[in-house]
Design a protein around this ligand. Structure first.
Ligand code: SAH
Length: 280
């Protein structure tokens, strides 16, 4: 499906879980509680503000009703789910392959008095431990680029959605040809598995059995986050070196700028929406 296939072996689901367990402090330092890029409609936003805007855009797209049950595929530390619980009267099951994230999300929901409406479990989205037709809606925020078989994950989501259930995705896409070196860095440094283009995204959703597909290219609204990440890394480099050891930052000094160049020149960002057909 990708136009320029990943030539580096894709990480297993377990390896992605280990990546997030290990990188928890790194992401918390650079991103805060959300592990997503945010929407920078205004360049002066802070990262938490821009992330709240992206989460809110996705919440608005879902149009949930009171009591609806949402599946959060790749829930991170549960921050998008908590915002959704604050802004709607929906319930959420969050699924992550990282045990550290599940523990943190569970603790945060408990501290916020939201335990009754938010549940988090460790599971592999390739094989969801859920009955068919359980959920009214699902979202996956910056998750699908990690999975070795995204069609399998999309089919799993379709299976557990009720007929007519809505799906919203936020994901990276490929906009230019990636070299083997680019793929090696994205895969080994950031646990990338596969990428689609904005044009092939709708085909993948259709192939997995979705309809009413809409793809919104919001690349221009995500770029500002690079400046935030660069300045956060510069400010907190010593703290990260103390936490992970100097080898980590020495490696990251190379990895981060190269990753940012690849992102700026060859990747974009889409929000996709789709629906499980009624009656099929
Ligand atoms: N959606 C969250 C986290 C994004 S980071 C947020 O916006 O804050 C990517 C998430 O996908 C992590 O939680 C990671 O554990 C999860 N993930 C990656 N591969 C997975 C898989 N195979 N099964 C379940 N979760 C997975």
């Amino acid at each position: 499906m990708p136009e320029h296939p990943n030539t580096t072996p894709a990480p297993t689901s377990e390896a992605v879980g280990d990546f997030y367990d290990h990188m928890a402090a790194f992401f918390n330092t650079l991103y805060g509680e959300n592990i997503h890029f945010g929407l920078w409609e205004d360049p002066d936003l802070s990262m938490p503000q821009a992330q709240a805007r992206l989460t809110d855009r996705l919440i608005d797209t879902l149009r949930l009703k009171d009591g609806d049950h949402l599946l959060d595929v790749g829930c991170g530390t549960g921050h998008p789910a908590m915002r959704l619980a604050e802004r709607t009267r929906a319930r959420v099951l969050g699924v992550s392959i990282s045990p550290t994230q599940v523990d943190r999300a569970t603790q945060k929901a408990r501290d916020a008095g939201l335990s009754g409406r938010l549940d988090f479990i460790r599971a592999d989205a390739m094989d969801l431990p859920c009955e068919p037709e359980t959920f009214d809606a699902a979202w996956a925020i910056e998750m699908l680029f990690h999975v070795p078989d995204r069609l399998q994950v999309l089919r799993e989501i379709r299976r557990v959605l009720k007929p007519g259930g809505r799906l919203v995705l936020a994901d990276f896409v490929q906009t230019g040809p990636l070299t083997d070196t680019d793929w090696g860095l994205l895969t080994q440094g950031f646990a990338f598995s596969s990428l689609l283009t904005a044009d092939t995204y709708a085909d993948a959703l259709a192939q997995a059995g979705f309809e009413d597909i809409r793809i919104h290219d919001v690349t221009a609204e995500t770029r500002q986050n690079i400046r935030w990440i660069e300045s956060r890394y510069a400010d907190d480099r010593e703290h990260l070196a103390a936490h992970y050891g100097p080898d980590f930052t020495a490696q990251m000094d190379q990895l981060l700028p190269t990753g940012i160049t690849i992102y700026t020149e060859k990747l974009g960002y889409v929000i996709a929406e789709a629906r499980r057909p009624v009656g099929r």
